[in-house]
Design a protein around this ligand. Structure first.
Ligand SMILES: NC(=O)C1=CN([C@@H]2O[C@H](COP(=O)(O)OP(=O)(O)OC[C@H]3O[C@@H](n4cnc5c(N)ncnc54)[C@H](O)[C@@H]3O)[C@@H](O)[C@H]2O)C=CC1
Ligand SMILES: Cc1cc2nc3c(=O)[nH]c(=O)nc-3n(C[C@H](O)[C@H](O)[C@H](O)COP(=O)(O)O)c2cc1C
Length: 173
């Protein structure tokens, strides 16, 4: 549903939008799933908190990605937020690599929901996909968090200005 009528001309090209978005730093996540459709995972920066009641994340997934049908059919996912030092894994899950090779590069546990949890992730959110809303090329997946694990000792990893950046914790400066 559109809340407001759009003005006739926005004047913002896809390229302008992407250049602007390159200035919004974001956490780097490997989003995984497993179930009847099989195991899959992809790198995502388009992840954010929606509400804490019930605890809910959103994940934006391009419907053209090879993994899209598997997420839709399995209906569960895990958001594994990466720590500094896991850049190579991010690049592997960032596309064009066979799924078996992506998963062979790290160790995984199976979560109660069935999704693979990355051993060594900063945080892992075990989720059920409760809604999928199409917007342009992407589906916005609303994901209710059933369980989570945290490792608060490690520095974080951000994607900013088209490159990886390390996020230091307060007490490490
Ligand atoms: N939300 C998404 O789907 C994202 C996709 N990517 C993929 O990684 C490639 C490399 O990205 P960058 O090195 O950051 O350079 P870029 O110039 O392609 O993208 C710059 C920024 O624009 C946004 N963006 C890029 N493609 C998008 C898409 N299809 N839909 C919505 N937002 C998008 C992201 O915030 C991205 O960091 C992209 O071309 C895209 O294939 C990267 C980041 C987010
Ligand atoms: C840093 C980075 C961030 C990305 N963020 C997203 C994202 O938020 N949503 C998305 O659909 N794809 C994103 N991608 C692209 C997917 O990871 C990629 O399309 C996915 O691995 C599927 O690729 P495949 O179709 O070759 O399997 C990102 C890629 C990189 C390198």
């Amino acid at each position: 549903m559109s809340l407001h009528a759009l003005p006739d001309v926005t004047g913002v090209s896809q390229q302008d939008f992407r250049h602007a978005m390159a200035s919004l730093g974001a956490a780097v996540n490997i989003v995984t799933t497993d179930g009847p459709a099989g195991r899959a995972g992809f790198t995502a920066t388009a992840v954010c908190s929606v509400t804490d009641t019930p605890p809910t994340l959103l994940v934006c997934l391009n419907r053209g990605a090879s993994v899209w049908p598997l997420f839709r059919e399995n209906g569960v996912l895990c958001v594994n937020t990466l720590a500094a030092g896991q850049e190579t894994l991010s690049t592997l899950f960032g596309g064009k690599t066979a799924m078996a090779d992506r998963f062979a590069a790290a160790r995984w546990h199976t979560l109660p929901g069935g999704s693979p949890q990355l051993v060594g992730a900063l945080v892992s959110f075990d989720c059920v996909i409760t809604q999928a809303v199409s917007a342009g090329t992407h589906d916005v997946l609303l994901c209710e968090v059933m369980a989570l694990t945290r490792d608060e000792a490690k520095p974080g990893l951000a994607w900013f200005d088209r490159g990886y950046r390390t996020l230091l914790r307060q007490d490490a400066r």
